[in-house]
Design a protein. Structure first.
Length: 415
């Protein structure tokens, strides 16, 4: 279960209520029209579950992900959060960036005979992904015309170049719905297939997401719309939105949020104005010792959302040890680290409230696949709501495409 609370006072005028109702209506129309497909992934991805269940992958112990951005960030987020709570989860290696040092280090970790390879690209032609895929084929001496093709899976749009490649070599492929963008695709085959093969309970993740989306459209999560309105109405004063996650294993989830928020909301609106809400991802308590100073005494251009986990299901205690000359911390002896990190979260949030910084907090009662699914759905819905209120196309990324065009042109000129 997720609980939500906020520090900012939000007394809605009739105009604001109308705006929120219009946004809710627009999101309902998006979902009903099937123009945007992520809303229905908790249901449609049940077919992916069935397809994976029919495969025989028990003898493999390693998953190799070849993809970048929306093709990897969501997988990494779920993997990192759920791994400590998932018995016998298989090792997952990630080949994302075109950094030669990282690629070489990861290649050396691959155990070919125990590995399943996933090449993931919605467009089917992502240059980082295709370049690394070629490198993996060469390094591992994968025979695409022999049995090695049975350990390779392609995840892409139907009809893409990668899809045609898979058909040509009779490689199993999973298709991403054409109406689901990459950064919204973690609950599609992109995340479900490899994470399920790695041993994660993706059925429960989908159920958690589906239940949250159902509650939202049933009118039970109106706080989400109110938050989107507040952030948009204050976007000129506080254009920076900080996600402060109090758990190391939420680091990749925070990075997933940064891509989702930045790529979706940094746009030119229908009036031709440049708009956006800039995301910053922090991890507590580590970043209390760096970025917190800026938030409290720096320019007042930030709002902060906290995520904390009420029960880590780990009772590690601070031992009753006295160290000469640093006895002043003895008051914490005997308490759990669970207690300590949540006390740090609460104290940090209160310090921001006292400094008149707008904050809100999401509390997970504990880590579970259902809770993580709900958390994913929450941020996806929040992003869509903010996009409607900003009068932008939330789902395209023309700025990214421009950079790709320049890259291709420059590389072709050098060759």
């Amino acid at each position: 279960m997720l609980n939500f609370d906020r520090s900012f006072d939000f007394q809605m005028t009739q105009t604001e209520k109308t705006k929120i109702n219009e946004t809710f209506k627009a999101l309902k129309e998006e979902m009903s029209s099937d123009e945007i497909g992520y809303y229905k992934l908790p249901q449609s991805s049940q077919e992916i579950i069935k397809k994976v269940e029919a495969l025989h992958v028990e003898d493999f112990s390693q998953i190799v992900i070849i993809g970048i951005g929306g093709s990897s960030l969501g997988i990494k987020a779920v993997d990192q959060i759920l791994r400590p709570y998932t018995k016998n989860a298989k090792e997952i290696l990630y080949l994302e960036n075109s950094d030669p040092v990282s690629i070489n280090l990861t290649l050396k970790k691959i155990k070919k005979e125990k590995a399943l390879f996933f090449v993931i690209s919605k467009s089917g032609g992502t240059i980082e992904t295709t370049s690394i895929f070629k490198t993996v084929i060469h390094y591992c001496s994968l025979d695409l015309n022999g049995d090695d093709k049975n350990r390779i899976f392609a995840i892409t749009d139907s009809g893409s170049a990668l899809s045609d490649f898979a058909k040509g070599y009779e490689i199993t492929q999973f298709n991403i719905p054409l109406n689901v963008g990459g950064r919204f695709s973690v609950l599609s085959a992109v995340g479900v297939a490899p994470l399920m093969m790695a041993g994660f309970d993706m059925s429960s993740v989908l159920r958690g997401a589906g239940d949250f989306i159902e509650r939202f459209f049933g009118g039970s999560e109106t706080h989400l719309l109110e938050k989107a309105y507040y952030l948009n109405s204050k976007s000129k004063e506080t254009p920076i939105n900080v996600l402060f996650s109090y758990a190391d294993r939420l680091e990749n989830f925070t990075k997933w949020f940064v891509q989702l928020w930045a790529e979706s909301l940094g746009k030119i609106d229908t009036n031709g104005s440049h708009v956006g809400l800039t995301p910053v991802g922090l991890i507590g308590a580590v970043d209390q010792h760096s970025f917190l100073q800026l938030v409290i005494e720096g320019t007042r251009d930030k709002t902060v959302t906290f995520i904390k986990i009420e029960d880590f299901k780990d009772d590690l205690k601070i031992p009753d040890v006295t160290l000469k000359n640093i006895e002043k911390t003895n008051f914490i002896n005997g308490k759990t680290f669970n207690t300590l990190i949540n006390a740090q979260c609460d104290a940090t949030m209160q310090s921001l409230i006292d400094a008149k910084v707008s904050t809100d907090i999401i509390t997970l009662d504990f880590v579970s696949p259902q809770n993580i699914g709900a958390l994913i759905a929450y941020f996806e819905l929040l992003t869509s709501a903010a996009g409607v209120m900003m009068h932008i196309n939330t789902y395209n990324q023309p700025g990214v495409e421009l950079g790709k065009q320049i890259l291709y042109k420059n590389l072709q000129m050098e060759s």
